[in-house]
Design a protein around this ligand. Sequence first.
Ligand SMILES: Cc1cc2nc3c(=O)[nH]c(=O)nc-3n(C[C@H](O)[C@H](O)[C@H](O)COP(=O)(O)O)c2cc1C
Length: 144
Amino acid sequence: MVNSIVYLSKANREFTEQELQALCADFATKNKLLNITGFLYFKNGMFLQYIESSDDAVQTLLKTLKKDDRHTIYFECSFNTFSTICFPSWQMNWLTLNLGFNQSNQQLLLNTIQFIVNMDLSEGNHLETIKNLVLRVRDTIYCL
Ligand SMILES: Cc1cc2nc3c(=O)[nH]c(=O)nc-3n(C[C@H](O)[C@H](O)[C@H](O)COP(=O)(O)O)c2cc1C
């Protein structure tokens, strides 16, 4: 069983692409030690991050993330319905159009993420949409 968390946050300052790249490399080093994998997406001052682990490490990381004043988390959801880790080799991968995979798949993926970022979170149960997003990212990667 995999513990998964998706959250959305608002950046509290500007981030450049170079900075995000460097930050993700730093996060990846830390996540490797904690057996955490996932991805980070950033657009229009908003972060969407997916973190997963086969142990409780993700909840500990979430507590740390909530205290990080570089962003403010305004939506989070946890689930444990995946039976296997989705991104075994992504310690923390920044999702950009430069990842080097198929252009139309990338666009589909980024559009889906953008849809979630723009979703009205005050309404309905978004869990299914969010799980589908993670699976779509995974499947897009798997069909590279
Ligand atoms: C958008 C965002 C995503 C982050 N993702 C991670 C992450 O995946 N792993 C991690 O260890 N820290 C991540 N951090 C940093 C943590 O909030 C925190 O600063 C860091 O874990 C503290 O590490 P330290 O105790 O070694 O200084 C993230 C921060 C931000 C703003």
